[in-house]
Write a protein that binds this ligand. Structure first.
Ligand SMILES: Nc1ncnc2c1ncn2[C@@H]1O[C@H](COP(=O)(O)OP(=O)(O)OP(=O)(O)O)[C@@H](O)[C@H]1O
Length: 600
């Protein structure tokens, strides 16, 4: 974590300006010009009235009077027109820059190490970084606008000092001190707001989660039957209420600082106007000077106060930018370690050598020096109770997590020595969660755009997965959109059909190593048995790894590992394990009772 100092405020300003400059130089050029114009504008309203009034109370030359009025309005019109025009152009360019950051944020989510996606700290960081990009007042846009506002304030400040300096240096000091007091109170409110941002973000995350569940009708049955709706509504309301409580305490801080500000302002302007009136009454200044100085003092206070507030805002924006940068700097997924080796050609053997692994943040290891071999062409089943570590084993094999110690080898070489993208090409996987995308059926199978997909292979995979008839019944065949998120013509498949679609996806990929991590939880034991057997026939000579709770589904496998609490307690073929009369046998017998009479 970087320090939250003024130095890092400069770093954040540097980051925002540099990013803007590299992505759109025009964004900086337009905003700089607008800044200059808006710094000049107030001085026209200070100086011209003085000259006009002096003319009226002095020589009273009509031509000079008309000239001054016309020039003032002409300049004001030109400046306002260009300010508005360039502001619009600048905003369009700023949006262009912002989208590069939003893109970087999204890309980061796609490219970070998988383990982050299951890590609450990362998820929180992601939300915080999103906050920097979502709001107009805060974060990237906030800092950009506030920086230029500060710059305009600074230029105007210098101009006012020059004008008021002609009157008295003491007035300037008095104005600066009184405005400084207001600044301290506004800073206090801003700090208070920032200190509670994290809490607000967490509450917002909860609120959003509850709201998503309430709108996700896949939870509909469970929620109604278990009368969970009232609980959800009350959780939703309490997160909203807690958020409101914090927000109202933030508002009350701001309210306090506004009140104090008004009181200080009344005191300040009373003193200064009294002094100016005194000077005028003693004929030490003209009526034109009086108007010029009162306008300048009001303007000076406004500019300095605005400048201080902007400065305070700029400093808090720094904290948002820190969060954005910290998030974007999370290292992306590494391809591997050292020089990457080319993948060997098959057949493939895999070995787990004394692999130990603990999930980040957990105290209990899932595996402690687990070892086993999957020889080429073997069908290996991993069975066991819930939480035994079966899916974790697959995550390690697929390099979604790295072992803490020990190694996993492919044909004798540590898998870290292969580039991940090459290594992943080897796998055709079907996981427990079935994820259908709101793209066409073809794109769901190939996971590529239409123009990059092979239609023949898609049809072939669908046929092998037993979905040809279904596809034939669809008006647009494999081009039929799935789900209705992006297309109201989209279709919904049944649970079993979705499973077959996943099967077709795995077949289309045609990986050398096949993994089925119990994608059949929703179907009955016979359907699962048939699916595993069919899949087994389809994959030919390839090495395969099957996970299931139903021992009948994987009994055809060459080797079965029976896992308990992260350890392999029994290993062998189905008949060997049955003969051993151990835990596998016991579990098989218990499960068989349920299938009797229904199995062929
Ligand atoms: N992302 C995670 N973070 C922390 N702990 C996890 C995570 N995923 C799983 N675990 C824990 O690791 C252990 C093994 O989980 P795993 O999912 O591998 O078991 P499993 O045998 O596949 O279970 P199941 O049959 O229920 O799918 C469990 O104690 C689980 O709570």
């Amino acid at each position: 974590m970087r320090t939250k100092s003024l130095t890092s405020t400069w770093t954040s300003i540097g980051y925002v300006l540099y990013t803007s400059w590299t992505n759109s130089r025009r964004s900086i050029m337009y905003y700089s010009t607008v800044t200059l114009l808006s710094a000049i504008q107030p001085f026209l309203l200070i100086l011209f009235p003085k000259f006009i009034i002096d003319e009226l109370t002095g020589q009273q030359r009509p031509q000079q009077f008309i000239f001054l009025i016309s020039l003032m309005f002409l300049l004001l019109t030109i400046i306002s027109y260009f300010t508005g025009y360039l502001q619009n152009l600048g905003l369009t360019q700023l949006m262009k820059v912002l989208f590069t950051q939003i893109h970087a944020h999204t890309a980061q989510n796609m490219n970070v190490d998988f383990k982050n996606t299951e890590d609450a700290i990362y998820l929180n960081q992601m939300e915080q970084a999103k906050r920097s990009l979502k709001s107009v007042q805060n974060g990237f846009q906030g800092l950009f606008h506030t920086f230029f506002a500060c710059l305009a304030g600074f230029l105007a400040f210098a101009g006012y000092i020059t004008v008021i300096g002609g009157l008295s240096f003491g007035v300037i000091v008095f104005l600066i001190v009184s405005i400084g007091c207001s600044y301290v109170f506004s800073l206090r409110a801003k700090r208070y707001e920032y200190e509670h941002e994290e809490q607000l973000s967490e509450l917002e995350r909860k609120r959003k989660y509850y709201s998503d569940i309430m709108q996700d009708f896949t939870f509909g049955k469970e929620i109604r039957i278990n009368s969970f709706n009232n609980t959800l509504v009350s959780l939703y309301h309490s997160s909203v209420q807690n958020r409101q409580k914090i927000q109202s305490s933030i508002s009350s801080f701001y309210f306090q600082s506004e009140i104090i500000d008004i009181l200080i302002r009344l005191f300040r302007e009373g003193i200064v106007y009294g002094y100016l009136a005194y000077l005028y009454l003693h004929q030490r200044i003209t009526i034109g000077d009086f108007v010029m100085y009162t306008t300048a003092v009001a303007g000076f206070s406004g500019v300095l106060q605005g400048f201080m507030k902007d400065l305070a805002h700029l400093r808090t924006q720094n904290l948002y930018i820190e969060e954005l940068r910290n998030f974007l700097e999370i290292p992306q997924d590494k391809q591997g370690e050292g020089a990457m080796l080319a993948l060997p050609t098959g057949p493939y053997s895999i070995e787990f050598k004394e692999v130990s692994f603990t999930y980040p943040g957990n105290s209990q290891p899932v595996f402690n020096k687990i070892s086993f071999i999957i020889p080429p062409h073997q069908r290996l089943a991993i069975v066991g109770h819930n939480g035994a570590g079966k899916t974790t084993l697959i995550k390690l094999l697929c390099r979604l997590y790295e072992p803490d110690s020990g190694e996993i080898t492919l044909n004798g070489i540590n898998i870290k020595q292969y580039a991940k993208t090459d290594y992943w090409r080897l796998f055709s996987t079907i996981f427990q969660e079935i994820r259908v995308l709101a793209f066409s059926l073809a794109e769901n199978i190939s996971l590529k755009e239409h123009r990059e997909s092979d239609a023949l292979r898609i049809h072939d995979s669908l046929e092998k997965a037993g979905l040809s008839e279904k596809v034939a019944s669809l008006k647009s065949g494999i081009l039929t959109p799935m789900q209705k998120f992006l297309d109201d013509q989209g279709v919904e498949f049944s649970g079993g059909e979705n499973q077959r679609m996943m099967l077709a996806r795995a077949l289309y990929k045609n990986g050398e190593l096949i993994i089925l991590d119990e994608p059949t939880a929703a179907v009955d034991a016979i359907a699962e048995f048939n699916l595993y057997t069919r899949f087994n026939e389809m994959i030919g000579e390839r090495t395969a790894l099957y996970i299931s709770h139903r021992l009948s589904s994987t009994r055809f496998c060459d080797q079965i590992l029976y896992m308990e609490q992260g350890e392999i307690s029994e290993a062998g073929s189905h008949s060997e394990l049955m003969e051993r009369r151990g835990k596998y046998n016991q579990m098989y017998q218990i499960q068989a009772q349920y299938y009797k009479g229904s199995e062929a």
